[in-house]
Structure formats: structure tokens, C-alpha cells
Write a protein that binds this ligand. Structure first.
Ligand code: NDP
Length: 387
């Protein structure tokens, strides 16, 4: 009998999105089969996942962990590979239907490109892919007739609102933001905030990088760039609105003025499941929203003078070319530095802005240009950190 299950390559299976995706897949054994699992360094969890799901292959990016993984899996019919190149190659295997890219950062770009070139549909959590090289990715997806289904909750919300709208143009979208842990705080307060405070997100439990991005509102800026490419929008069609309860996940406004919003309790499993099951909706036992528990849904304007990353992201979005790639690379450098107590919270946008000013601008970058821009921006940001 031919199986109708979707065979999934889960890149970044050991992370926050990766482990939640595994829960979704485990709850729907008739729908999904895990074909590939990958991790960066977390060999222990990767081994545990592999023994439980017996995928065709696993990849551990860190070559120092290769022996540990091969030894632990030698009794099982699982192929083991190592290195970042192997992650980019494994997505091409014939038995994969969908690649769920849940890697964090620019490292997710090349595997997405290779997967699209191999004709695999993409469930995309790795927003940095579209931020760094959105033009290239959307062009490739069109050429290869590949769907890119967003996993990010805001983009999944927009995507869900667009189902059934065929060619009805979007007038505007509203991306909602919780405002993060520092909503309403002033510059004086932010001068001395610590990573411990920044890592305490009010509504979502996520990986460290995106949690810091949420505290600095860079995450919303990256999402605006991601939305531009996913939904073919101009900067003027993208509005950011702070909605502290995180119940409305985002809103589409059509040309007749009608607005559609997608809502629910904050739970990433829902957009992950929808990206994998699209166009079907599968049953779930996720907690349901009770409106009575949320008698007030409130909305505010974000403060871009305090949260400058948001303004810088829109500058990059409008400038286009390799500027979002430069912004992204500088941001990855400063977030890592902040997590290592090497830079203050408010210094992050300063370094990003200076990197954007210093890096070489390319209006129509090719893939090698993106690689070079990422490298150059990292070097500039690191040199600024050391001043
Ligand atoms: P995590 O840090 O929790 O997980 C990242 C995953 O990627 C891990 O499996 C990690 O492996 C792997 N990884 C890290 N670096 C590399 C590398 N250089 N090469 C290969 N693999 C690597 O991140 P999240 O799950 O929070 O986020 C993943 C992506 O999803 C990000 O782009 C984020 O913006 C996006 N996203 C996340 C949301 C969330 O709720 N977490 C919500 C919306 C979007 P290891 O564990 O071995 O280090």
C-alpha cells in the first residue's frame, strides 16, 4: 500500500520550534513521518529523538560530536552525517516531501536554498532566510513551483486569513507584537537591563536569540521584512501594532476595508501543525481561547525612538538589496555579544546602525554577494564591539 504520509526533514530538531514540531508529528502518526533530523551541538537530544523515531538520516553539524552520535546509533538503520554542508545536502533526498526549517539564524539560508532547488515544499520558521535573501528565495520558489508556508505565528495568521481570498489584493497588514518584557520602559531603565531580564518573555517560551530579538523589537523588524517577501508587500503596507495579550496573531486589511484577524492562545504548535498539514486542518487538543478570560484586548503604537531596531529594520526593508542581510548579520553578532555580557542592551542598535552605514551596499545581490555581505557585516560589527 502506498503511504499518504508526509515525509518531513526537521532541521533544528533540538530547538524550541524543533521539539514542538516533534510533539505535533508524534500526535499525528497517520499524517507525518520523520525522515531527517538535524542539530548543531545537542548530540544527546538528537540521539534520543533518533532512537524514538528511527528517521532515514540524522545530521549533527558539530563534527566533534559525530563519533558520539554514530556510536549511539550503530544498532539502528539510521544514516549519520556531520557538518553544515551535510545539512544542506540531506534536504535533497528523494523521500522528503517537506523541509521544516527550524534552524536559528543565517545558518538556515543555504539548506532552504538547496531544499527549494530540490523541489521540496518549505515550512519556514527560520525567518533569517527571508530577511537575508528574500528576493533570491522567493524567485527560486517560484521557478521551482515550491510553496513556502510560514511557521512564524504572525505570518501564519496572515497566511490563514488569505486562504480563500484568491486574487483579492491586500491593502495592508498589521503584525501584532506583545511588546516584549520591556514594553513601556524608558531609556534610563533600559541602560542597565540584563540578559536575565531580557530572556523573560511575557507570553512566549522560545530560543534565546529570538527572545532577545523580541525584547529589542528587532524580531518585529525581521518579521516586517519576512512579510514583505512572503506576501509581496511594500513597507507602507506593513504596520506594527503592540498587542500585549498576544491573542490576535495578526490582521489583514483588504481593499474594501474589511479586516480579517486570526486569533487563539499563544501556542506555536498551532502554526507548526498548520504549516505541515496545509491545506488540511488537523484535530488538536491545544488549549482553546475563552474570551471571558480576556475581557480586554488592547493595542498601542510601538515606540521606535526607544526600540530603535524596529526603525532600522524598516530602513533596511525600504533600502532593499543586501541591506537586510547586513542588518541581520550585525544583529546576530550583537545578540550573541549581549548573551555573553559583552554589550549593553542599548548599544545593540548603535552597532547595527553603524554596520549598516559602513558595509558595502549592493542593490541586486547574487547568492555569493549575500555570503560576502554577511561576512563583511559580521567583521564590521565585531570590530565595533571591540572599540
Ligand atoms: P533554538 O535556539 O531553540 O533552536 C535552534 C535549532 O537550530 C537547534 O536545533 C540548534 O541545534 C540548531 N542550530 C543552531 N545553530 C545552528 C547551526 N549553525 N547550524 C545548524 N543548526 C543550528 O531556536 P528557536 O527554535 O527558538 O528558533 C528557530 C527559528 O524559528 C528562528 O529563526 C526563530 O526566529 C524562528 N521562530 C521561533 C519561534 C519560537 O517560538 N521559538 C517563533 C517564531 C519563529 P542545537 O540544539 O544543537 O544547538
Amino acid at each position: 500500500m502506498i503511504s499518504n504520509k508526509k515525509h518531513i526533514a526537521l532541521l533544528g530538531s533540538t530547538g524550541s520550534i524543533g521539539t514542538q514540531a516533534i510533539d505535533v508529528i508524534e500526535n499525528h502518526p497517520d499524517e507525518f513521518k520523520l525522515e531527517v533530523l538535524t542539530a548543531n551541538k545537542n548530540a544527546d537530544l538528537l540521539i534520543q529523538q533518533a532512537i524514538k523515531f528511527i528517521p532515514n538520516s540524522v545530521v549533527i553539524a558539530d563534527e566533534n560530536k559525530y563519533n558520539q552520535v554514530t556510536d549511539a546509533l550503530k544498532k539502528y538503520p539510521i544514516k549519520v552525517y556531520t557538518g553544515n554542508k551535510a545539512i544542506a545536502q540531506i534536504v535533497e533526498i528523494q523521500t522528503i516531501d517537506i523541509v521544516l526549517n527550524a534552524i536559528v539564524g543565517y545558518a538556515g539560508l543555504l539548506p532552504t536554498i538547496k531544499a527549494i532547488e530540490a523541489g521540496k515544499h518549505i515550512a519556514l520558521a527560520n525567518k533569517e532566510t527571508l530577511v537575508a535573501a528574500g528576493e533570491l528565495i522567493t524567485k527560486l520558489a517560484l521557478q521551482n513551483k515550491v510553496n513556502i508556508i510560514p511557521v512564524d505565528s504572525e505570518h501564519s495568521a496572515i497566511f490563514q486569513c488569505l486562504v480563500g481570498e484568491n486574487n483579492n489584493p491586500i491593502e495592508k497588514i498589521y503584525l501584532t507584537s506583545s511588546g516584549g518584557p520591556f514594553r513601556g520602559k524608558n531609556i534610563k531603565y533600559l541602560q542597565n537591563v540584563t540578559k536575565k531580564q531580557a530572556l523573560k518573555h511575557p507570553n512566549w517560551n522560545m530560543g534565546k536569540k529570538i527572545t532577545i530579538d523580541s525584547a529589542s523589537l528587532m524580531n518585529k523588524g525581521l518579521e516586517a521584512i519576512e512579510a514583505k517577501w512572503l506576501f509581496n508587500l511594500h513597507a507602507q503596507q506593513i504596520d506594527i501594532i503592540v498587542h500585549p495579550q498576544s491573542i490576535i496573531h495578526s490582521i489583514v486589511q483588504f481593499q474594501d476595508g474589511s479586516m480579517k484577524a486570526q486569533m487563539g492562545l499563544p501556542d506555536m504548535k498551532l502554526p507548526i501543525q498548520y504549516a505541515l498539514s496545509f491545506p488540511k486542518r488537523l484535530k488538536s487538543n491545544f488549549n482553546r481561547l475563552n474570551f471571558i478570560d480576556f475581557p480586554k484586548l488592547t493595542f498601542e503604537k510601538p515606540n521606535t525612538e526607544i526600540f530603535r531596531n524596529l526603525a532600522l529594520s524598516f530602513d533596511a526593508l525600504i533600502k532593499g538589496g543586501n541591506m537586510p542581510c547586513i542588518l541581520n548579520a550585525a544583529n546576530e553578532v550583537v545578540v550573541e555579544a549581549f548573551l555573553n555580557d559583552k554589550v549593553g542592551f542599548l548599544e545593540m542598535p548603535d552597532i547595527i546602525e553603524k554596520t549598516m552605514q559602513k558595509a558595502h551596499f549592493i542593490a541586486q545581490p547574487s547568492y555569493p554577494d549575500y555570503v560576502e555581505s554577511d561576512k563583511q557585516a559580521r567583521q564590521i560589527a565585531i570590530s565595533l564591539l571591540m572599540k
